[in-house]
Write a protein of this length. Structure first.
Length: 434
């Protein structure tokens, strides 16, 4: 690639030789070259004779040396148009990419006390092009945020060489291909956050993504296929202990099939899990029961789930809604099971605060459920709408029960909630059926 005069690598090397004033023995030569390659890979790559057309970065793109006077080491706003939006932060001024200043002072680049690049944040900056493999040479990177740009092509496997990487955010781009090799069990094992949503990624979801340190993963809005990884000890390496940090998982708006992993609903496997979004896929099978300790059955002081948000809507899930979904999730605020093939009834005890989530059946002036949104529309649910739903009171914001096989009248107390915070009620309060 270095011999191809149009390649980003050749252009970066030419800049290093002609403008960067970096000596061959400089310990930061490699990282400076890697950053320069990233810049040339994500610009419009037009003729160097017109730099105003060459750079399409929204902020702090390179200005050719002929355009810059001797004040290059002054804050950039002192010698270029304010439309460039380069300026200062609470920690000091920052400079254009490829300026004569240290790369640690370039826009979006953060270094440690030893001058090694540890963070790259060039989000929402109109970057267009491919992510070069040279990004893997920035071996001390802990955070990468190139989200909300127009990057395309595959994600380079060299990102898997970044053993100190904590956060990878490449969401809202046009990236393609399978990212199966960018995170591994032996490298990148410190990864806590993976955000690859709203791209055009394909293939199966790699089980290797679910490393022990993982906290948040968002792969929504792609075209992933196949089954959701089982998330068992075989994948998680250390079994139950290895998955205890997972907080949020969003795999919605893909083409995933198969059943929902049972361990995903285990508070022992995932005690910190608060958000699960698997909506708008092709999932089938039944909703797994929320399991508890074998020695501590439901209602006898076992661990409760921390889940606050659950979206399984727009799939092909069958069977009845398990009672444990309500019994084991006292923190649940948002529940979407709409547009599936669920049957059975809406059980009154799901909303009965007389004994829910307590062993002594004591009553309380405060509801023991935090449900604000209950979306069960477009299923095959039958029976009557239980009046106990009205006990959710003013906290209820959305209730969708239409397009089921429910019978009887809508409870009057439920319809009265329309005058309060309940803005979304898709039932017929005037007729016999919702």
């Amino acid at each position: 690639m270095l011999t191809d005069e149009t390649s980003p690598q050749h252009q970066a090397a030419t800049w290093i030789i002609n403008e960067a004033q970096v000596y061959p023995w400089d310990p930061f030569l490699i990282q400076r070259y890697a950053l320069a390659t990233l810049y040339y890979s994500t610009t419009s790559n037009k003729s160097d004779t017109d730099s105003s057309e060459r750079s399409n970065w929204s902020k702090c793109g390179h200005i050719e040396i002929s355009e810059i006077n001797s004040k290059e080491l002054q804050p950039i706003e002192e010698h270029v148009s304010t439309s460039a939006e380069c300026g200062s932060t609470v920690i000091g001024s920052y400079y254009r990419f490829l300026s004569f200043a240290s790369e640690c002072r370039w826009y979006g680049v953060t270094c440690d006390s030893d001058g090694r690049v540890t963070k790259l944040d060039i989000a929402d900056n109109n970057l267009s092009g491919k992510i070069p493999s040279e990004i893997g040479a920035l071996i001390y990177l802990s955070e990468i945020d190139l989200s909300r740009n127009s990057l395309y092509g595959s994600i380079p496997n060299e990102i898997g060489n970044l053993v100190d990487l904590f956060t990878l955010n490449l969401s809202h781009n046009k990236l393609t291909g399978s990212p199966s090799k960018i995170i591994g069990s032996e490298v990148s094992s410190k990864v806590q956050d993976i955000f690859l949503s709203n791209n055009i990624l394909t293939g199966g979801i790699p089980g290797s993504f679910f490393v022990p340190s993982l906290r948040n993963i968002d792969l929504s809005g792609n075209t992933f296929t196949g089954e959701i990884p089982s998330l068992t000890s075989e994948v998680m390496n250390d079994g139950i202990e290895s998955s205890r940090h997972l907080y949020s998982i969003n795999l919605s708006r893909n083409e995933l099939s198969g059943s929902i992993p049972k361990t995903l609903f285990s508070p022992y496997d995932f005690p910190n899990l608060q958000r699960v979004n698997l909506g708008n896929n092709k999932l089938s099978g039944t909703i797994p029961k929320f399991s508890t300790s074998e020695d501590s059955p439901i209602g006898s002081g076992g661990i409760y789930s921390s889940l606050k948000y659950l979206d399984l809507g727009i799939n092909s899930i069958t069977g009845s809604i398990p009672h444990s979904l309500f019994q084991m999730t006292p923190s649940l605020e948002y529940l979407d099971l709409g547009v599936n093939q669920l049957d059975g009834t809406i059980a009154p005890e799901w909303f009965d605060f007389e004994y829910k989530f307590s062993t002594d059946k004591k009553t309380s002036s405060q509801p023991s459920s935090n449900l604000k949104d209950v979306i069960l529309w477009s299923n095959k649910l039958s029976g009557k709408i239980p009046i106990q739903i009205a006990q959710l009171g003013a906290q209820l914001e959305s209730l969708r029960l239409s397009f089921n096989e429910l019978t009887g009248r809508v409870p009057h107390k439920l319809c009265q909630l329309r005058s309060g915070s309940l803005e979304d009620l898709t039932v017929d309060c005037a007729g016999l059926n919702p």
